[in-house]
Design a protein around this ligand. Structure first.
Ligand code: NAD
Length: 294
């Protein structure tokens, strides 16, 4: 398996595709935007004009798109992947989307004799660049094993969560917790700084105390505490607040379906909704402290 079609070269997709190139896979890439295509071409990828051209002759297809509707259109559309991909190719969608959509697209693929897995990721843009992502896979155990060499070139921890859609369920649980933790970390830092404690000193203390968590230690939201995080560059790049809002919406849908109580998840969703409505949706999700009250 060496000819790979990679579709969706945004903040996550571009560094993931670059790691596949580094590992020696031949890549044909497609995105709606020209800038990342150019970057990938310079690194040795072939540019396709349409998704159907990208997947022609491919051994595997990897997609990394924003949301459910993009994945549905890409795979099921008239000029989409399922209509053009060769029999026997493995389909891997790494986007974070609704579990129901992942199951729907995988079922349509299966009806054409194709194997598909959902393989959403965790680890952020830094993990994507470093090739240390966590992949959370839904699909058969056999498909998971087939995908292993590809996922291993982009990530370090590979989990098989269960059948199709299970990867998305696990990912949504993780991201709901991440959103809640980010808001908690921002609140704690805001309180400490307003009370006269230095943000770096406070972060250091909490990172070695019981408030320890990923948003504090790896992705600190306070400008000046860490280099190479969105807070150090005006909250550009990273994981957009609108994408976090989408994930919290997916968590709310999933919770409604099984009547799971998610009081904090719902509150986090409301705070990100306000942040987005105030015009900050494109900023990284660690920018939430600028949220207006009420
Ligand atoms: P992004 O908005 O930076 O990139 C999405 C890319 O998809 C863009 O380049 C866009 O042009 C392209 N695109 C959209 N529709 C397309 C289509 N029909 N055909 C081809 N290309 C198309 O998003 P991202 O931050 O890279 O996130 C991608 C997915 O990964 C999302 O589902 C997100 O929730 C998830 N995710 C992101 C992060 C993160 O830290 N950014 C972390 C984990 C998971």
């Amino acid at each position: 398996m060496h000819k790979i079609a990679f579709i969706g070269l945004g903040n996550m997709g571009a560094p993931m595709a670059l790691n596949l190139l580094k590992a020696g896979f031949a890549l044909r890439v497609f995105d709606l935007s020209a800038a990342p295509l150019q970057r990938l071409a310079e690194a040795g990828a072939e540019i396709a004009e349409r998704p159907a051209d990208a997947v022609a002759g491919a051994d595997a297809v990897i997609s990394m798109l924003p949301a459910s509707e993009h994945v549905q259109r890409l795979y099921l559309g008239a000029d989409g992947v399922l209509a053009a991909v060769p029999a026997g190719a493995l389909l891997i969608d790494c986007s974070t989307i609704a579990a129901a959509t992942a199951r729907e697209v995988a079922a349509a693929a299966a009806a054409r004799g194709l194997t598909m897995i959902d393989a959403p990721v965790s680890g952020g843009t830094a993990g994507a660049a470093a090739g240390t992502l966590t992949f959370i896979v839904g699909g058969t155990a056999e498909a998971f094993e087939r995908a292993r060499p590809l996922l291993g070139a982009m990530g370090r921890n590979l989990f098989h969560a269960g059948g199709n859609g299970a990867g998305q369920v696990a990912k949504i649980c993780n991201n709901m917790l991440l959103g809640i933790q980010m808001i908690g970390t921002i609140e704690a830092l805001q309180l400490g700084v307003a009370s006269g404690v230095d943000a770096t000193v406070l972060s250091d203390i909490m990172a070695r105390s019981s408030g320890r968590n990923w948003t504090l230690e790896v992705y600190n939201p306070w400008p000046g505490v860490m280099d190479n995080v969105p807070a150090a560059r005006g909250y550009s790049g990273g994981f957009g607040s609108d994408l976090m809002l989408k994930d919290l919406g997916l968590a709310a849908e999933a919770a409604a379906a099984v009547q799971a109580p998610i009081a904090l998840g719902a509150l986090a969703r409301e705070l990100y909704r306000r942040h987005s409505a105030a015009g900050h949706g494109a900023l990284d999700f660690s920018s939430l402290r600028e949220v207006p009250a009420g």
